[in-house]
Design a protein around this ligand. Sequence first.
Ligand code: GLN
Length: 269
Amino acid sequence: MSTVAALLAEARTLGMDRLDAQLLLAHVLGQSRSWLLANDDASLNADQLHRLRSFFKRRAGGEPLAYLVGEKEFHGLTLRVSPAVLVPRPDTETLVDWAIELMTPSSAVLDMGTGSGAVALALKHAHPQAQITALDASAPALAVARENGKRLRLEVEWLLSDWWQQLEGRRFDLIVSNPPYIAGDDAHLAALQHEPMQALTPGGDGLDSLRQIIAGARTHLSPGGWLLLEHGYDQAAAVADLLRQHRFQDVTTRHDLAGHTRCTGGRQS
Ligand code: GLN
């Protein structure tokens, strides 16, 4: 019998995380996880069973759960995701919380490398009167972001731009970015192979995108405006140095939920 209970046991023998198995079952059945927990004797029809086993296999092969169910929760918003975008990480909520603290109701904010739109949309949700612009160099990623904005009824200006390319003459009160920052030879990349490499690593020492963003930020920030950057757990000192070299002041680093240094920012002097 293909009951929920039997399929959870089957997932265990595949070495799957129990929560992941429950979420895939709930997705295939079109039910919530709490319904599933109360109905472990419910059975799946042949079609559902086929879909579930294919999902189990893909998950066991390392595909992120978010791609299989097509969505991910981020900062209180449910975002649609596809393999065209990085799966939003809880680490990035550090960047969002910091930006929300610095914003005023009417701030003009730029999100660079928006991917699914996660950061831009969370900022617009927190400050509905703010003017948010978000860019990405990937047209398929920007389509996902735009669709999320429509569905959540959050208005953001979406720009297809390779970093500063399309921003001639534009200034913002706050610029935020979670750019690709993993070093090109980092062993972790193998585990992330289902996500867009372009969003994860700029190659080399991992700092090239951060360098480009920092180098261009001065001419795109209003006086006193802040630049906030997410970076790798071991890149805080390098990012702080780059900011100081470009005459940013009040350079500060914040930690993520796991206790790693994850964001560094500075204020335009
Ligand atoms: N934080 C992500 C990870 O380590 C990387 C995100 C990024 O490169 N911007 O999996």
